[in-house]
Ligand binder design. Structure first.
Ligand code: AMP
Ligand code: MG
Length: 275
């Protein structure tokens, strides 16, 4: 699949609201217009510089928030996106929230309680490393609540995201699409490498066995919860360098369209002399 110059990355990888979704039809090995990794790495560098400048204006503008949701199977690259795409953006304007197995206190509340608390304030970019979607993914696959409970959550999520969008949050949701073979290689690499081994959890193997169930759960979540105000993107992620370029492009396209402006300075500053 090649990307023509007229396609935006946002249009190319967005899940259309209400459309039937077949994840198998998405090529995880997609490398877009690139024949060589080197070209993509150079483009990523330029995109990061654009992102840095856009984020500076977005922060000063102080009118909207941006929420980035990252979901993937284990080893899919959520941490890598945060490290490599956001590299260079002023940390003061970014807030990363990882979502783990809920605590007893979190479980004693509705599933969106902990999520809403982590929603980015105006002028901030919030990144969710996993998210409320775990409540229709692992929770569904593992039968952690009955089907009639998780079954209601798609609509509840849409309404929650509608509220965030209506009150000024721009929402972008990325599913990092890797193949089961690629996951095998990455899990093995984690085992083999002393500086990656800490990321390996025995539990990851149990989840890997449920791969097909997870794909069904992802399909349901992406097709039912991709909306105009909170779109899902299926990001080809077998190649880390292409994954990063796709996400960086979508962020730059989105922020460029928002066109954040530096606020008007106070009047009369031209005559001020600092003594
Ligand atoms: P990691 O992101 O690798 O540190 O792992 C976090 C773990 O927390 C994953 O196994 C997730 O599936 C799990 N997790 C996150 N949110 C939930 C949730 N709402 N219910 C159950 N498990 C969750
Ligand atoms: Mg893990």
């Amino acid at each position: 699949m090649s990307l023509s110059h007229s396609d935006s990355y946002s249009d190319r990888y967005r899940v259309l609201p209400g459309a039937a979704l077949d994840l198998d039809a998405y090529d995880a090995d997609d490398r877009g217009p690139y024949t060589r990794k080197k070209e993509a790495v150079a483009d990523l560098q330029a995109l990061r510089e654009q992102l840095r400048a856009l984020q500076e204006r977005f922060y000063a503008w102080d009118k909207r928030s941006l929420l980035i949701v990252l979901q993937a199977m284990d080893t899919g690259g959520k941490d890598g996106v945060i490290e490599h795409v956001m590299h260079g953006v002023n940390p003061q304007g970014v807030q990363v929230t990882p979502f783990k197995v809920p605590t007893p206190e979190e479980l004693a509340h509705d599933f969106l309680w902990r999520v809403h608390k982590a929603a980015p304030a105006r002028r901030m970019i919030g990144i969710f490393n996993r998210s409320h979607y775990e409540d229709v993914l692992v929770v569904r696959v593992r039968n952690l609540v009955p089907p009639d409970v998780w079954g209601q959550r798609y609509e509840q999520i849409n309404q929650f995201e509608r509220l965030l969008a209506d009150t000024g949050t721009v929402i972008l949701k990325f599913y990092l699409h890797i193949t089961k073979d690629e996951q095998a290689q990455r899990l093995q690499a984690r085992l083999d490498s002393p500086d990656k081994r800490w990321k390996f959890a025995m539990g990851d193997l149990a989840e890997r066995k449920l791969w097909d169930d997870y794909m069904a759960a992802y399909t349901a979540a992406l097709s039912q919860c991709s909306t105009a105000h909170a779109p899902w993107f299926v990001v080809p992620a077998n190649r880390k360098w292409y994954r990063n370029v796709v996400i960086a492009n979508i962020l730059v396209e989105t922020l460029t369209q928002l066109d954040p402006q530096f606020p008007q300075p106070e009047a009369g500053l031209d005559d001020v002399v600092i003594v």
